[in-house]
Design a binder for this molecule. Structure first.
Ligand SMILES: Cc1cc2nc3c(=O)[nH]c(=O)nc-3n(C[C@H](O)[C@H](O)[C@H](O)COP(=O)(O)O)c2cc1C
Length: 225
């Protein structure tokens, strides 16, 4: 197994800096600089070190760089954003709405920018997981095993990207049109589930700050709820 030994793009962040400053990057995605395949492969190789149930490694990483395909995917994403069934539609208050500067309005402002530039972002990553059938997603216990066997890898990819100066943002609107996206990407819809759409680009500047979160004492429980 060969892991990238001395990747030339490393920012040399400490582990805590890396975990503490990997932000959802929208406004600071540099759409003018191409991202070399070898850097994406290094990040994917590290992502493959994530855990999976029974070590089944049923993940796939679809990188879309072709301008026409990016445009078509971005169009599905925009349609998904307008869809009432959008998985990320704002359906109620969250803890973040009570933390100034981190609530829905702040996200919506920067999301508007992403809407405008999405098809220009040099790389759109669609991580997927293979399933026996979509019925695997019917009950929460099985779902936990399925999502739990791909989402850690996606986050590892995003951390590896950040450590090299790349920005990413987890997005889901195109999933309202997942079948159409499957056709566009040539992947088998019945046995391959798309998890997200992650724009990837060099960041404009490399300094990012830890985000404000609710106090940890509000979310940590000792011994019982
Ligand atoms: C499951 C999930 C779905 C998300 N969907 C979107 C999205 O559709 N569009 C977007 O711009 N950001 C999306 N995000 C990014 C979040 O808005 C972001 O992580 C959150 O606001 C916290 O910001 P931070 O990561 O910079 O701390 C999503 C994040 C997750 C985990």
């Amino acid at each position: 197994m060969s892991l990238p030994e001395s990747p030339h793009h490393l920012l040399n962040l400490t582990p805590d800096e890396l975990l503490g400053t990997t932000r959802a990057v929208r406004r600071r995605l540099d759409v003018t600089r191409p991202v070399p395949r070898e850097v994406l492969l290094d990040c994917a190789r590290l992502a493959q070190q994530a855990p999976t149930g029974r070590n089944r490694q049923r993940w796939d990483f679809v990188f879309v760089t072709d301008p026409d395909r990016r445009r078509a995917l971005a169009e599905l994403w925009r349609r998904g954003l307008d869809s009432p069934a959008a998985p990320n539609s704002h359906d109620g208050p969250s803890r973040h709405d009570f933390t100034p500067g981190t609530g829905w309005q702040a996200i919506a402002d920067s999301l508007r920018h992403l809407v405008d530039i999405l098809d220009q972002v040099p790389v759109l990553l669609v991580p997927c997981i293979r399933v026996g059938s979509r019925a695997e997603l019917d009950d929460p216990a099985t779902q936990a095993g399925t999502w739990g066997s791909v989402l850690p890898a996606v986050w590892s990819f995003m951390l590896a990207a950040r450590s090299r100066g790349l920005g990413t943002v987890w997005t889901t609107p195109h999933l309202s049109y997942e079948r159409e996206a499957a056709t566009l990407l040539g992947l088998p819809y019945e046995t391959t589930v798309q998890c997200a759409l992650i724009p990837v680009a060099w960041t404009i500047g490399t300094r990012f700050k830890p985000a404000r979160r609710v106090p940890v004492t509000e979310v940590v429980h000792w011994e019982h709820w």
